[in-house]
Design a protein around this ligand. Structure first.
Ligand code: ZN
Length: 331
């Protein structure tokens, strides 16, 4: 059994308090390989931002659970070596069973998500409470994120046919009954790179303009549980320049559309204190990999292919920390 403290990690309690009072959101970036982790740590150290490293159950299967744990430990040491210790959280993204949450906690995660949002309300309450009781009873107090409302879209093994917005009336009751440390809500964000159907959007110069997020729901939630940490999933912006680069070099990503960055910036200033960004990183890496392979057909050294992709990813995360989340210079 490993405590996250042995790995040099922290839970989310203090970080969320500071994020709410400071009017910014913590970046939650997914990783499953070395180049992604290097880009995240370099960007967050250089911008002096705290960071939540997210691992999905799919990533654990892909990369091996022990390897990932030791990569997170290495990330703490890497940040230190770069000259600035930043708070680093290792978080399970979309845990679907009690057993998976326990396994992650026992192997050094400092935070877990239990996603019971697809269950009937009472079952979601019972499952979330069970995970909280286990995680909070540990000497090192592992934090737990729950979810109410269902997001549309596809992300790893998470899929929901259609979005059901969070009911603000349920939020207060859910938090009280479960003791959960933070809550993911559904206000119109969505997993994946095609967050809305074209018919839900306006079209300007061939580019899809999505419907705005439901800030009225967020405000109602904030009124009912003031100062409580709210989480947004599915918050990539799907930059058009990456989509166009991917298509220019042979890819095909029709009808891609994300959440405009100014709406995320607005959300980050509210009780939203964790914003999940995964698809944008996937797009940045894929765009550069396609470009390099097309422009240098004789290249076969993976470092010359993945290295530039890593550099682009670092640029993307630096931009997000400074201009979207407002988390720069908070660590
Ligand atoms: Zn998610």
């Amino acid at each position: 059994m490993t405590s996250y403290k042995e790995l040099g990690l922290v839970n989310t309690v203090e970080l969320f308090k500071k994020a709410i009072s400071g009017g910014y959101a913590l970046p939650a970036y997914n990783f499953n390989n070395m180049e992604q982790l290097q880009a995240i740590i370099e960007a967050c150290v250089e911008t002096k931002s705290p960071v939540i490293l997210q691992v999905s159950s799919g990533a654990r299967k892909y990369a091996n659970r022990n390897l990932l744990k030791n990569m997170a430990k290495g990330a703490v040491e890497f940040a230190h070596e770069l000259g600035h210790d930043i708070p680093i959280v290792l978080h399970l993204d979309h845990g679907d069973t009690f057993e998976l949450c326990v396994d992650c906690i026992e192997t050094g995660f400092s935070s877990v998500m239990i996603d019971g949002s697809h269950f009937p309300y009472d079952e979601n309450v019972a499952l979330t409470r069970k995970v909280c009781e286990y995680a909070h009873s540990r000497k090192d107090y592992v934090t737990v994120e729950g979810e109410l409302g269902v997001l549309a879209g596809v992300e790893d093994e998470v899929s929901a046919e259609k979005s059901h917005y969070t009911q603000p009336a349920e939020v207060e009751d859910f938090v009280k009954k479960t003791g959960v440390d933070s809550l993911a809500i559904s206000i119109g964000t969505s997993h994946g790179r095609a967050k809305f159907k074209p018919e839900q959007c306006k079209r300007e110069n061939g580019i899809l303009i999505p419907p705005p997020l439901r800030f009225d729901i967020l405000e109602e939630v904030e009124k009912r549980i003031p100062g409580y940490p709210i989480v947004l999933h599915g918050s990539s912006s799907v930059p058009i320049e990456y989509v166009q680069m991917i298509e220019k070099y042979g890819g095909k990503l029709s009808d891609s559309v994300g959440i405009p960055e100014e709406q995320l910036r607005k959300a980050a200033k509210s009780a939203v204190c964790k914003i999940n960004i995964d698809s944008d990183g996937r797009l940045a890496m894929t765009a550069i990999i396609r470009k390099v392979l097309t422009e240098k057909p004789d290249e076969f050294d993976p470092r010359k292919i993945l290295g530039p992709a890593r550099d682009e990813l670092k640029k993307l995360y630096t931009h997000k920390n400074i201009n979207v989340l407002g988390s720069a210079n908070r660590a």
